[in-house]
Design a protein around this ligand. Structure first.
Ligand SMILES: [Zn+2]
Length: 362
């Protein structure tokens, strides 16, 4: 039997009290069947991540709006523009749910100075639609909370460990969100990644700038094809007239195998269909998800924190045991990261100390 809460305001008492429901039971009205199903799924997910029966709403309704979404605080109703779909629909709904949770528990008031600072960052962002002057301080704090909470639970867990090349407030707000918003999240379990590092003879080339592709292979056994180009900057190889290089090396020892690159047969994965991990997470170029639909898979992904900039890339992993994307410890971007598959596993390669290195991700 579901718990039902009644919330009344003075105005509403004159008419009727607003009946509210735990998120999985909130009526979804208007829109298409597809839109309603997507909202229902996101409500269930949000409820699980914050802790069940923590937030109660009366309704989520699709209607024509001049903006994307709105939370009506007195009636505890979320309005969504009926043109929303796909990832944008999830994002806007999550943003409004975060506002609702904030006002329900006064979350942004816990650390007012911090949220005042974040509110300024959000309002000052380049394409901000927030008018800092017209919002009171409490509303601006809520806007900051909803903006960063809106990227979702996995993004918060992935960025909670600070990385070198990003604004320090990113990890601060991420940690805060894991504690005060996503307190029941299944993403709480991070994959403890301790890279078992292999490296190749390319150190001899004194690589400083590079463009590398590593492909796991079936033939020859343990053969790893590496090719790339050597940049101009301070490369002794460049001085010797060498600009491109390729080799097949043993994936364990890094020793060069006497196999021509064209004789290599790649191990096929299913990465085209994998899609990015859920939430405001983007995995591009060498970091796009690689692996198999039924796992394992890995990706190097960034998160946009409006007003604070984009995070460094983080390593995310989908294991074949629970098919759930997870953040990793030691997950900060490695220089020149690339993903490849070999031996039924996903590996990442990178360049460090002018050496090509690689490690299985698991
Ligand atoms: Zn908002």
């Amino acid at each position: 039997m579901a718990r039902v809460e009644i919330s009344c305001t003075v105005l509403q008492v004159l008419m009727a009290c607003t009946r509210t429901f735990p998120l999985p039971e909130v009526p979804v009205v208007g829109g298409t069947a597809e839109q309603r199903a997507q909202v229902a799924a996101e409500l269930v997910d949000f409820d699980e991540q914050i802790g069940t029966e923590r937030l109660f709403l009366s309704e989520v309704r699709f209607e024509p709006l001049d903006f994307e979404g709105l939370i009506h605080l007195t009636s505890r109703r979320i309005a969504l523009d009926d043109n929303l779909d796909g990832g944008r629909l999830d994002h806007v709904l999550r943003h409004e749910l975060c506002h609702a949770l904030d006002y329900s528990e006064d979350l942004a008031q816990i650390d007012q100075d911090f949220f005042d600072e974040l509110g300024e960052a959000v309002a000052g962002a380049e394409d901000s639609r927030i008018d800092e002057v017209s919002l009171d301080a409490r509303s601006l704090r809520s806007e900051a909370l909803a903006t960063y909470c809106g990227v979702g639970a996995l993004a918060a867990f992935a960025t909670a460990e600070s990385c070198a090349e990003e604004a320090p407030q990113i990890a601060e707000i991420a940690v805060w969100l894991t504690e005060f918003v996503w307190s029941a999240s299944r993403y709480d379990t991070l994959l403890d990644w301790a890279p078992a590092v292999h490296s190749s003879w390319f150190a001899a080339h004194d690589l400083r700038t590079y463009d590398i592709e590593a492909d796991g292979t079936l033939q020859p056994p343990n053969g790893l094809a590496i090719s790339g180009s050597i940049g101009e900057a301070s490369s002794t190889a460049w001085d010797d007239g060498i600009t491109d290089f390729s080799a097949v090396v043993d994936i364990d020892s890094g020793a060069v195998l006497s196999v021509a690159l064209e004789d290599i047969e790649d191990e096929k994965d299913m990465w085209w269909d994998l899609g990015d991990p859920p939430g405001g997470i983007e995995c591009n170029y060498g970091g796009r998800p690689r692996g198999w639909l039924d796992g394992p898979a890995a990706a190097w992904c960034t998160v946009e924190f409006v007003g604070l900039g984009r995070s460094d890339a983080r390593l995310l992993v989908m294991s074949d045991s629970d098919l759930e994307w997870r953040a990793t410890t030691n997950g900060c971007a490695l220089p020149g990261y690339e993903l490849f598959v070999a031996r039924g596993a996903v590996w990442t390669a990178w360049i460090e100390d002018a050496t090509v290195k690689w490690s299985e991700v698991r």
